[in-house]
Write a protein that binds this ligand. Sequence first.
Ligand SMILES: *Cc1c(COP(=O)(O)O)cnc(C)c1O
Length: 426
Amino acid sequence: MTERKHPEGYLAGKTLRPESLMMSYGYHPAWSEGALKSPIFQTSTYVFKTAEEGKAFFELAYGLRQQRAGEIPGMIYTRISHPNVEIFEDRLALWDEAEACAAFVSGMAAIATTLLEFVRPGDVVLYSSPLYGGTDHLLRHVLPRYGATGLAFPAGASTDAIVALVEHAGAQDRIGALMIETPANPTNTLVDLAACASLADHWAREERRPVVLVDNTFLGPLWQHPLQHGADIVLYSATKFIGGHSDVIAGAALGSRELIDRVKALRTFFGTLADPWTGWLLQRSLETLKLRMTSQMKNARYVADYLAQHPKVERVHYLGHLEQSDPQYDVYRRQCLGPGSMVSFDVCGGEAEAFRFLNALRLVKLAVSLGGTESLAEHPCSMTHADVALDEKRAVGVTEKMVRISVGIEHPDDLIADLEQALHRA
Ligand SMILES: *Cc1c(COP(=O)(O)O)cnc(C)c1O
């Protein structure tokens, strides 16, 4: 809805910051009887003023011709697009400074639709490991049915090691995409995005350059902006920090208008667009995005510092504790704006001790998912990463003694009191 954007986006020629625009950008009360908040456009279809207008809208929606100067692409049908999702897309794009954004019914819908738009039979998708379990499954078990395969490299591997691995596999002429997750879940290991972009250049053939896709769910959109480090597309599970209240499932893909237009075209035919109610909930959530993520990040530092000094904790995996001597520190300084609010730790012992700790938690809830206002804890080895082979988990440090915590917005002293009594029982 480009022409409808930001009636108050600029103040005396000054570009406003994203948090100042989250309540108003992309919507004007005059369009809806003066309603301060946009209504939910609970309709499946839209009425054309004339048949000529309907024809023109379809030509644009299906990419049959270029948009003319000043031409307004109108609404057609809710599977193609609708105002609640467009307002959300326009606002989310501000944080990553992306030209365009496509919203989806889930993070997996965003990842699957985007991957299938860019991958061709015969392609190899190079990916960082560990990856989110759903993405891992898609690459290992679904893509091969369409003639494409996945090739994993361990997060944190050097560029030379990645090149050697690809050449050893004989895949250097077939890389169609890089699928990166940084920081990796649940180890918080970083992948150097600028290095990945150089690798994509290195493997580019005349007719095609591999696309660099980055799942930015853990730090974005506040604390890491992959598009500024050479990524082509940023992916989100908006179910996590963006939705932020553990009450909505959604996803998003962001990047250049050219690439996102391709993703949106496939979204129309897969039917993976988020519905109006989801779009409206996400608009609501974006208003407090910075407040929530800042509060969660502050709390996470208290939690990580507390855990690091506890005698029953063997090791804490937290970006805010990276030492300057660690090669990851340099990547962190270049690529991240903050350590976020995901903290993992190894309890002294094994599964039994980890389970006793999890079962004793009271304020912190025992659940998978992350990024919501409430703190959640889980056991990656037996829960989120249950179907990853044990030796593979060992190789990346996901062991029976590891617990992952998504830190919420509670009072930090209350969180620490809960951790203390639970560790006492571990
Ligand atoms: C949750 C998650 C996903 C999948 O998102 P859904 O909204 O559950 O489909 C993808 N990537 C990461 C990193 C996630 O945490």
